[in-house]
Design a protein around this ligand. Structure first.
Ligand code: DP6
Length: 333
């Protein structure tokens, strides 16, 4: 019997310059480059075991065996690594999402980067697959996973083909960077990011403008990060998020991820800023609002929000690290 095993942790990331559309949907090549902040508080642990004893792939998420549709996606992803290693062994995949307060904020970004790293390790492919190349594998599970291989601020360079659409480190983000996440609604989203971006790309007349503007926003935010200009970085991130959401409203039929509380939270951020606190919102393919602020002011930000949202869960986080090998698996077998 031959058994190969690897376990890794990867952290979630939140885009400040969004990825919103695929130029090649089979290979997950995006229409634009994007840039994110990896978060310390949210992560996924993944363990992969290949064994000649297994006759099919199985997938456990948070200790529960998942259905065939979900397992098929995992199998396809593992196939990329099986091909590289020239092995035909089936695998058991165990993933555990760590989301401090509310369920539903777990993201495919940490899931597929943790799985990519654990699989590389199990099959002893470290010599063949560098971290940067690993990001091209993670990308094939979910685009945003590309960026979770690294910590801090990370750019996903869109590239032109499978081999060069990859993550690049930008900055450690160790200059008083924080994020407060508001769990407005953690239920399953009505329109997945995958469907939402495809529908927008296909039908929104704003889409070509989005692509052009995104490149400008990306260059500007990278310059702001180099200068550690927090205010400029926040302003660009906030504008970029709204531009993405504007494309969905102009789609045909139109749709939005905003809920009434989302708009209210946007206004609270604006009010907070009027008091002199540097705070900027960003929103992904769902109603939850993430507030970029100084790590040293996160308590102040939460206190301000609590006045308007007394029952809301808030997650405070600083910048997180890239993928990490787990020498011990802390969960039950
Ligand atoms: C709005 O990475 O979830 O969060 O590649 O189809 O799996 P797929 O999509 P996904 O999309 C993320 C979209 C976003 C913006 C971002 O993270 O850049």
């Amino acid at each position: 019997m031959s058994v190969f095993q690897g376990a890794y942790r990867a952290h979630t990331n939140i885009a400040l310059i969004k990825y919103w559309g695929k130029a090649n949907k089979d290979l997950f090549i995006p229409t634009t480059s994007s840039l994110s902040l990896t978060l310390d508080a949210l992560y996924t642990d993944s363990r992969v075991t290949f064994s000649s004893d297994f006759d099919k792939d199985v997938f456990y998420l948070n200790g529960q065996l998942r259905n065939e549709v979900e397992t098929a996606k995992i199998s396809q992803f593992l196939d990329l690594f099986r091909a590289e290693a020239a092995v035909d062994l089936k695998a058991k995949v165990e993933s555990v999402n760590h989301v401090p307060t509310a369920a539903g904020l777990a993201s495919s970004s940490s899931a597929f980067s943790a799985l990519a790293a654990a699989t590389r390790s199990a099959l002893n492919l470290e010599g063949q697959i560098s971290d940067q190349v690993l990001s091209t594998y993670a990308r094939r599970g979910s685009g945003s996973a590309t960026r979770s291989i690294f910590g801090g601020f990370v750019e996903w360079q869109k590239g032109t083909r499978n081999e060069n659409s990859m993550a690049v480190r930008v900055d450690e983000a160790n200059w008083d960077i924080g994020m407060v996440i508001m769990a407005i609604n953690t239920a399953e989203k009505r329109v997945s990011s995958r469907e939402g971006m495809a529908h927008t790309l296909n039908t929104s007349p704003f889409y070509p403008e989005w692509v052009k503007q995104n490149m400008i926003d990306l260059d500007r935010i990278k310059a702001a990060i180099v200068k550690q200009d927090f205010q400029l970085m926040g302003e660009i991130a906030e504008a970029n998020a709204m531009r993405m959401h504007a494309t969905t409203m102009a789609a045909d039929p139109s749709f939005t991820y905003f809920e009434p509380e989302t708009i209210k939270a946007i206004q609270v951020v604006q009010d907070l800023r009027a008091t002199g606190v540097l705070a900027y919102y960003t929103i992904d393919a769902g109603p939850n609002v993430k507030v970029l602020c100084r790590a040293s002011q996160m308590d102040e930000v939460v206190a301000f929000f609590k006045v308007y949202f007394p029952h809301m869960d808030f997650i405070k986080t600083t910048a997180g690290p890239g993928i990490q090998r787990l020498d011990r698996w802390e969960y039950e077998d």
